[in-house]
Design a protein around this ligand. Structure first.
Ligand code: F6R
Length: 346
């Protein structure tokens, strides 16, 4: 049984996480009355933190399709190429994130086609006032626990724009895979049979370094890092093969007093490039006497989307169990709130 003063928060976060597959199914049932004319050359998702990551899932899902480039912009200004042929999806769960509101205004100034995705807030009012298509999603969750609501409308808009044929089937498959995973991993009293809890125990007192087996899985590693930061309130870092073999890997030659604290978690997908498989084997062999903890998590499912979400979902559970192990409440993100408050004050 998870106990301690923060047990309530852990239970709450587990409940939120439990709802992820239902969020995907909820969005599939919605009728979004939005029309998107053709001629789109690029898609830009503007958002921050938990609201931006759905854009990265979209980017990774579409990366092997014959689609258009998808870029996630996490800043006040959009890139210079954004114009009339751009579809800008401005995403903010609260609707009050200043960078996203600024990017939304920039998109308007650049004449881009815009769709806002939010629970309301300032972004919701601005979109309504300007007659810009608005997708209102259910409120009441921490943004990072609303990934299904924040991602699925983007995928459906991409489909509507003719950039993601068949994506509904992928969403259905993903929801089914996630339901299987939650049966196995969601528990108030996890034990040795719960692989997410076991992994969290392995990560205790270590600095997790998450490596994705290819850049097309990058978002899963990024999410693991963010969830360990926000849920377990612990440092974590991520990178991808093959890039990490050209820099980060060298850092692990460094002082043992630093490297001995590192636990590497490799996230593997279903269809890695064969040379990446070879690289991972050699990397492990080379680092074997420096890094004592090499852990591997394998994706499940057929489609890229299901594979990404299966990795993400496992990380959501691991980060929450790690919070329980550290005795911290995974729900509040006090530092983020304090910073936002100070910025609001001027
Ligand atoms: C909190 C979280 C944060 C927020 C971010 C942007 O759960 O994950 O990363 O998502 O500060 O805020 P919103 O999502 O309201 O635009």
């Amino acid at each position: 049984m998870i106990s301690g003063v923060h047990a309530k928060g852990v239970k709450q976060m587990l409940e939120y996480i439990h709802g992820l597959p239902d969020q995907l199914e909820y969005c599939l049932q919605q009728e979004y009355r939005i029309t998107i004319a053709g001629g789109i050359s690029n898609v830009v998702v503007a958002g921050m933190g938990g609201s931006a990551i759905g854009g990265d899932v979209l980017r990774c899902c579409l990366s092997t399709r014959k689609s258009v480039p998808v870029l996630v912009s996490r800043d006040y200004r959009l890139p210079g190429f954004v114009g009339r042929d751009s579809l800008v999806l401005a995403v903010s769960y609260s609707g009050n994130t200043e960078e996203t509101i600024s990017a939304f205004e920039d998109a308007r100034a650049k004449g881009a086609r815009i769709i806002a995705v939010t629970t309301g807030g300032h972004l919701g009012s601005l979109a309504e006032k300007a007659g810009i298509p608005l997708i209102t999603i259910p409120a009441g969750l921490p943004p990072r626990a609303a990934l299904g609501y924040l991602f699925t409308p983007l995928a459906l808009m991409a489909e509507m724009a003719g950039l993601a044929d068949g994506i509904r089937d992928e969403i259905r498959e993903t929801a089914a895979v996630l339901k299987e995973i939650r049966e196995e991993l969601c528990a108030d009293d996890p034990d040795g049979s719960n692989s997410a809890f076991e992994l969290a125990l392995e990560l205790k007192d270590c600095i997790p370094v998450i490596w994705a087996a290819g850049s097309d899985l990058e978002v899963a590693a990024m999410r693991w890092k963010g969830q360990i930061n926000e849920n377990a309130k612990a440092p974590a870092y991520y990178n991808c093969f093959p890039e990490l073999n050209h820099n980060e890997f060298t850092g692990l030659e460094g002082p043992e007093m630093l490297t001995k604290r590192i636990a590497v978690i490799i996230l593997r997908g279903g269809n890695e490039h064969p040379r990446i498989g070879r690289r991972m084997d050699i990397t492990r062999e080379i680092l074997n006497d420096r890094i004592t903890k090499f852990l591997t998590v394998k994706a499940r499912g057929r489609s890229r989307m299901a594979q990404l979400f299966s990795l993400i979902y496992t990380g959501d559970f691991v980060s929450t169990y790690l919070a329980a192990i550290y005795g911290v409440d995974p729900v509040p993100v006090n530092l983020i709130e304090a910073l936002k408050k100070r910025l609001q004050d001027g």
